[in-house]
Design a binder for this molecule. Structure first.
Ligand code: ATP
Length: 421
């Protein structure tokens, strides 16, 4: 028989990574003679949940086995051995779901990607379908474990994760940084978000003490393997390719599907600029748009770097489509489409037809006159201001990108894309 194993909430800011723990579990399951079917899945869930350590990722994989309890015992052993159980915020959970039941979890998974769910909701499903499970401490990881199995990956990318030797965990990563730029140069867009050229950042390298050495993200397996060969680094202990919902926008709720906006959710909204952009200390830029839900405050925070230069040029009346997460009643921008730039007109005193100089007022209700040429006019001159931004899509640069955010290079649209690479 085939069963899905879902695991989540095993790491902390001090270390570990659920993908690594799942990789060890898969190895041990295979060592005992069972088969891992296809690629494991790394599913990112609602990126705004307060409980997340980093990117709110959960893992699932399919096992062909005759003995579910043996698989469960291996997973128990690996969690007890590797999970950061001492950390107050780590609450692991694992579930073992028969293959035919997985489809029943898709609604729950969709909710976990877009909304907030409770441990009780997870326990209800577990009780309803008699799902074998492991619950450590509060067992909050049961939410992600179920969702990683139920998520329908109609759109997906592949993520190749390389892992360090355990004795190196927590030490500085040794990698030839230029090789990542070379990978981007050779393989982009098949492999994307490896580096941020403009801000000179290698995005593929984690900034945390987790077991991951680097991760490469792309559409095609062969390219990922080729790219890995190009990167000179400290020795790699093991690597694994995951199917993921990275770069798919699966967290985004469309405005037409909701009656009200709530914090801790991510939206696509249309609106017209109502309050022009302003900077605050720290380089964060804010503006407001008028939407069908009323005024919505939008933010391009300092890490969004060059996107802020686009935002600063917005004017009242510009029609936008914005994508981002709602926190503290503010939409944190991930990308935007400038659908229609407002026409901005300025009025000037008319020019004298003889000398070409601007006329002066001839007094209230008297029109304008040129003092030297004695010419007169009653009409002001109205000129369109040339806008120095273009319509189309703009995005945050790779260094500020969320795992789930669909980069413009993956967006299927005929609208002009201004890609930040
Ligand atoms: P990673 O480090 O792998 O990127 P993470 O470590 O940031 O992911 P976790 O440590 O797994 O995230 O913590 C997230 C916790 O939030 C998990 O217990 C998970 O089950 C739970 N969770 C995930 N999605 C939701 C949701 N939509 N509502 C409530 N809880 C959620």
């Amino acid at each position: 028989m085939k069963i899905w194993v879902g695991i989540d909430d095993t790491d902390s800011r001090e270390g570990m990574c659920t993908t690594y723990l799942a990789t060890i579990a898969m190895e041990r399951i295979e060592e005992r003679g069972d088969r891992i079917v296809g690629l494991p899945r790394l599913v990112r869930l609602n990126p705004t949940v307060p409980f997340k350590t980093r990117g709110n990722g959960a893992v699932s994989f399919l096992v062909e086995t005759n003995d579910v309890s043996e698989v469960l015992e291996i997973v128990r052993e690996v969690i007890e051995e590797l999970a950061m159980l001492k950390d107050a915020n780590t609450h692991p959970g694992a579930v073992f779901v028969s293959e035919d039941l997985a489809i029943k979890l898709s609604y729950f998974a969709d909710k976990a990607m877009k909304d907030l769910v409770t441990i009780d909701e997870a326990l209800f499903i577990i009780g309803k379908y008699f799902i074998p499970h492991l619950k450590f401490k509060k067992g909050r990881g049961l939410i992600g474990a179920l969702a990683a199995i139920g998520a329908e990956l109609n759109d997906f990318v592949l993520e190749l994760l390389t892992y360090r030797y355990p004795e190196r965990f927590g030490t500085q990563r040794i990698c030839n940084l230029e090789d990542f730029f070379e990978v981007d140069y050779v393989f982009y867009p098949k492999i994307f978000d490896t580096v941020d050229w403009c801000n000179n950042v290698v995005v593929a390298l984690p900034g945390t003490p987790c077991p991951v050495l680097y991760g490469l993200r792309g559409e095609n397996l062969e390219s990922l393997y080729e790219a890995m060969k190009m990167i000179r680094s400290e020795p790699i202990d093991k690597f694994r390719v995951f199917i993921t919902n990275h770069g798919t926008d699966m967290h985004i709720i469309d405005e037409k599907d909701v009656k009200e906006l709530k914090n801790y959710r991510s939206y696509r909204l249309t609106g017209v600029v109502a309050t022009e952009p302003y900077d605050i200390i720290g380089g964060h830029v804010f503006f407001e748009i008028e939407t069908r839900f009323g005024l919505v405050k939008c933010a391009a925070f300092e890490p969004t770097k060059q996107l802020r230069n686009v935002i600063r040029k917005l004017k009242r009346g510009d029609l936008l489509e914005v994508y981002g997460s709602m926190k503290k009643d503010t939409l944190n921008l991930e990308k935007l489409n400038i659908v229609k730039l407002a026409e901005i007109k300025l009025e000037y005193n008319p020019k004298c037809p003889k000398c070409g100089k601007r006329m002066e007022s001839a007094g209230r209700g008297q029109g304008y006159r040129c003092r030297s040429c004695k010419t007169k006019s009653f009409e002001k001159e109205i000129l369109n201001v040339k806008r120095d931004i273009e319509e189309g899509f703009y995005e945050v640069p790779p260094s500020a990108r969320r795992h789930l955010t669909k980069p413009l290079v993956r967006l299927d649209t005929t609208t002009k894309k201004h890609i930040f690479r």
